[in-house]
Design a protein. Structure first.
Length: 719
């Protein structure tokens, strides 16, 4: 089959075109030089590539060849893949998110407007206490006057260290009404971390409770006790204070993990938050406000949607009581049923745990479930879509761009779940190393611009300049982009797909963690010569921090050392002793060569083999679920790397092994293998009258509950 005519033994020969029916390679390009220029063909496997994708590739190749033909000396780094039509599409077409917002309003003013519209509606419920919008507004106003009298005002920061309660929300609104920015301080954090955050923020005031004062430093900080100062607070006016705060002022400061060894404070303004509210109106808001279950600690910024956007939009907000170590899904499912909850925001891990413990029916009464903080597994999304075909939304966004920046309504589950499109007044760009836009289908770093971009890091101008860069694509003076460090790409339809991190940052339990911060604390131990911290994934949603340490330090000593400075979610599950850290030929840490931790890397006590058949059954179940070789009689589930997502699997193994039901609560009541085995091996107790001690405890609880009800009788609604 020659290319032209000819003769062969008296025959005329000519070429006949033939279609290739199969591709020999995934992708193959052939080029030939002709008198008219280069001619070529691109052959591709249709199982891997769509025709549109291949046509875009050819367009990019043509664009490159045109530039080379025009200037043979052009540097490769200056070659552009995008032509003008596609450049306009990725920069402008997919970023048309302009929306009207009340640019001059503050968060608390939006809440006050809602309170004026629905004063008698229930705004907030915590356990047995309910507050109407009018009552919540009045209590926040009284505390705001008290704080303003002590110096709270625009650009001041006021710490809030309060247990989950109605008072926690009152304190947040009060600080905003005073004109100041609130600084959440989680009571579960180590005292050292709380002290650092207070000192670094320069907060002159701290709102707390008498029961928590021992956690907090008092030097240089004025303490406002919601208990001791209750009478003084209550004596203030119930009218809103007049303060000169505006949309450009800071509303809150959230501390996130930092690679230098200390957390860094992100400053978010009222204007940032109000623009975010507009985005949520479009993506989450329905025809009428419903009932929202708030499960997130206020030390994580997604509480802004749960507790502030909701109250500015007329929702009834149910504040989930303080989570236990597992934050078990069964309690969340019970709250959904009890309060007829319509909206829930949580991590995919918590949703999966709730389904495993209570069944998919636990979600059937919801109108919307918003999942974020972690990658959303396709199988979980498909499962939820069976009961909420139009109610599942995947959420994405860093703290530095105000909670969520992109969302994706999950309607069809086909492969990885995208993170979606930018919300109102938000622009997103996928850029290469030279900060040039990438075409659809080509990975790059995700940058976020628009009205949600925060002011920066408190007291860290160098780090702010590094992460918040000028927005070369915006006509707005002073506009900036936040470089997320996330890899992403556009689809042909203008939807973003998340592809992982460009650095060592990890997510554990939906919380962003810089391993460098943990490493810096570890290096402060005198026995540690060198160390590395990585996140190891054993299965879907099962991610654990593992520390690799060079030096003669025991795991229990290291665990205690880290726990004195870092919150529990940043304490590694395992500490692996090494003679030296493995390195690549160029001298960098070889993460792939780090060994998987053995059971002894988790244990904090000397190993003792299980002694009874019941202990052996429990130990075998733990070892299988946790992926460790051996479990001792005195080992503890959580010290071996166990966490909430694994509880249901342990429950199933033990139910099968013992042939009897096992409540998940047993894993919290009986902490060691031996204790749990004894409980499971014991005969069921006969019903008996309460002991004298139990009777006294119950009576004390009844007295406490009665006293609590008396204290809030004037503030209860019909919630």
């Amino acid at each position: 089959a020659g290319g032209g005519g000819g003769a062969l033994a008296g025959l005329n020969v000519s070429g006949v075109g033939a279609e290739l029916e199969s591709a020999k390679f995934d992708l193959s390009l052939t080029l030939a030089a002709t008198a008219q220029g280069l001619r070529g063909a691109l052959n591709y496997g249709t199982d891997l590539f769509e025709r549109g994708t291949v046509e875009r590739m050819l367009g990019h190749l043509e664009r490159v060849l045109e530039q080379v033909a025009a200037d043979a000396d052009v540097r490769l780094s200056r070659l552009e893949l995008l032509g003008e039509p596609e450049r306009a599409l990725v920069l402008e077409g997919w970023n048309r998110t302009e929306a009207e917002v009340p640019a001059d309003r503050c968060i608390h003013e939006l809440f006050e407007a809602q309170a004026a519209r629905t004063p008698g509606a229930v705004a907030l419920r915590f356990e047995e206490e309910s507050l109407t919008y009018a009552e919540l507004n009045a209590r926040a106003n009284r505390l705001a006057h008290h704080l303003a009298g002590l110096g709270a005002g625009p650009e001041a920061r006021v710490g809030i260290c309060v247990d989950r309660s109605a008072e926690m929300v009152v304190a947040m609104l009060a600080v905003l009404k005073s004109g100041a920015a609130y600084l959440p301080l989680d009571p579960s954090y180590p005292a050292r971390r709380l002290a650092y955050m207070l000192e670094d923020s320069g907060a002159p005031l701290l709102v707390t409770q008498d029961s928590l004062r021992g956690l907090l430093p008092t030097d240089g900080v004025r303490i406002v006790s919601l208990d001791e100062d209750a009478a003084a607070i209550a004596s203030n006016s119930a009218d809103a204070p007049r303060t000169p705060v505006d949309a450009a002022n800071a509303a809150y400061v959230i501390y996130t993990s930092g690679s230098t060894g200390n957390p860094k404070g992100v400053q978010v303004t009222h204007g940032n938050a109000v623009s975010f509210f507009a985005g949520m109106d479009e993506r989450v808001g329905g025809s009428a406000a419903g009932t929202w279950l708030a499960v997130t600690r206020i030390s994580f910024d997604i509480h802004v949607l749960e507790l502030l956007w909701t109250l500015a939009r007329g929702f009834r907000v149910i504040v989930q009581p303080e989570p236990d170590r597992a934050r078990d899904g069964e309690r969340v499912a019970e709250q959904i049923r009890r309060h007829a909850v319509t909206h829930l925001q949580c991590t995919p891990s918590l949703a999966a745990m709730m389904i495993a413990e209570s069944g998919i029916g636990a979600l059937s009464g919801l109108e919307r479930i918003l999942l974020g903080g972690e990658a959303l597994p396709s199988d979980l999304a498909a499962q939820i879509a069976t009961v909420l075909p139009n109610g599942l939304v995947n959420m994405y966004g860093p703290t530095e761009t105000t909670v969520w920046s992109a969302t994706h309504a999950v309607e069809v589950v086909e492969g990885p779940i995208p993170i979606g499109r930018p919300i109102a007044n938000t622009r997103v760009y996928v850029l290469d190393a030279a900060l040039r836009p990438q075409p659809a289908g080509v990975p790059g770093e995700l940058f976020i611009g628009g009205h949600g971009v925060a002011r920066g890091y408190l007291g860290r101008p160098g780090l702010t300049a590094e992460r918040f860069v000028p927005d070369a694509f915006s006509a707005e003076p002073g506009a900036r982009l936040y470089r997320t460090g996330d890899r992403a790409r556009w689809t042909a339809e203008g939807v973003l797909e998340y592809l992982g991190r460009l650095d060592a940052q990890v997510k554990v339990r939906g919380i962003r963690i810089e391993p460098g911060e943990i490493e810096a604390v570890l290096r402060g131990h005198p026995a540690v010569v060198e160390c590395a911290v990585v996140a190891r994934t054993a299965g879907a949603g099962d991610t654990r921090l593992v520390a690799y340490v060079v030096g003669a330090a025991e795991a229990d000593a290291l665990r205690a050392h880290v726990g004195r400075s870092l919150p529990d979610y940043m304490v590694p599950s395992a500490f692996v002793q090494l003679d030296a850290l493995p390195l690549t030929p160029n001298g960098k840490l070889d993460r792939k060569a780090l060994p998987a931790p053995e059971g002894s890397s988790y244990a904090t006590r000397a190993y003792e083999a299980p002694r009874t058949e019941a202990e052996r059954k429990v130990a075998a179940a733990w070892a299988e679920v946790l992926g460790v070789e051996s479990v001792g009689a005195h080992d503890r589930f959580f010290d071996l790397g166990g966490h909430s997502l694994l509880l249901v699997r342990v429950q199933a193994r033990l139910r099968e092994a013992f042939g009897q039901p096992m409540p998940i609560t047993h894993l919290f009541r009986y902490l060691t293998v031996s204790a749990l085995a004894a409980a499971l091996d014991a005969p069921a107790p006969e019903p008996a009258a309460a002991t004298a001690d139990e009777a006294r405890v119950r009576a004390g609880r009844h007295r406490l509950r009665a006293r609590g009800r008396a204290g809030v009788a004037g503030s209860r609604g019909d919630g």
